[in-house]
Design a protein around this ligand. Structure first.
Ligand code: BEZ
Length: 256
């Protein structure tokens, strides 16, 4: 997560990927923030959901490990506290009534370290409410990229795969090991419209560029064009690209 999201262009993220926070709005309903609660928004990006949470009268701390995202969040919402921190090394101790996280935790390939940090950040009785990419998420897109890399004679290895896409069985078990009582775990399809004709190219460049690290720069555009062509049959309908997103949602409580 660290290196990739540090290279993200925060303006591109805001203009082309605003759906990320749009979908997060229903997760806020699940969190049901209350006035005066202290809430950590983990992986807050450019701060749009942190702002919505603060409108409930909660006291929000937004954390992201990307300096660019945090700079943009501070510019947009100077009244909210935003901090650059790595989710596997959070320094909070029994400070928050809730930890909220939308569309971020799949970027962290050490889930146990993150869950332990989240657990330590919560007060007794606190809750963890999160949504992120689940097992099989964006599989059509990533399979097409990997296929094309190998088709062109390069060797793909899974270290280049930037995400952790968990099943709810695996993630609930990790949450329990961290100390949580798991009260909700869901896995569901959420086909996601990707804006514009260049949507697949933009998506791969924004989110999946680490998969192409074994490919010389002068071959990347050609590979992406072939991926787009191969995906057209699967993900392009009625003039629109639809990403094959699959989410998991979880709620866990810190009882002791
Ligand atoms: C997601 O929100 O599921 C996601 C976004 C970008 C890359 C991979 C997954």
């Amino acid at each position: 997560m660290e290196k990739i999201s540090n290279t993200w262009n925060a303006n591109l993220y805001d203009s082309k990927h605003s759906f990320v926070s749009m979908y997060g709005e229903s997760l806020i309903e699940l969190l049901a923030p209350k006035k005066g609660e202290r809430i950590l928004d983990l992986g807050c990006g450019t701060g749009d959901l942190a702002k919505q949470l603060s409108d409930y009268g909660s006291e929000i701390t937004g954390v992201d490990q990307s300096e660019k995202m945090i700079e943009q969040a501070r510019r947009k919402y100077p009244e909210i506290k935003f901090i650059v921190q790595d989710a596997t090394k959070l320094t909070f101790h029994r400070e928050f009534d809730a930890v909220f996280s939308n569309a971020a935790l799949h970027w962290i390939k050490q889930p146990m370290q993150t869950l332990t940090c989240i657990y330590n950040s919560l007060k007794q009785g606190g809750r963890f409410v999160a949504e992120f990419g689940g097992k099989g998420n964006v599989k059509a897109i990533s399979d097409a990229v990997i296929y094309q890399i190998e088709e062109e004679g390069f060797t793909f290895n899974m270290d280049l795969f930037p995400w952790f896409f968990s099943s709810i069985a695996e993630y609930s078990s990790l949450m329990e090991q961290a100390g949580f009582r798991v009260t909700l775990a869901q896995h569901f399809d959420r086909p996601t419209p990707l804006d514009g004709e260049g949507a697949i190219k933009n998506w791969i460049e924004m989110f999946g560029s680490s998969m192409l690290a074994v490919v010389p720069d002068n071959k990347k555009a050609d590979i992406i064009a072939k991926v787009e062509n191969n995906l057209k049959e699967v993900l392009y309908r009625d003039g629109k690209w639809i990403g094959d997103y699959k989410r998991i949602r979880v709620i866990g409580f810190k009882e002791k």
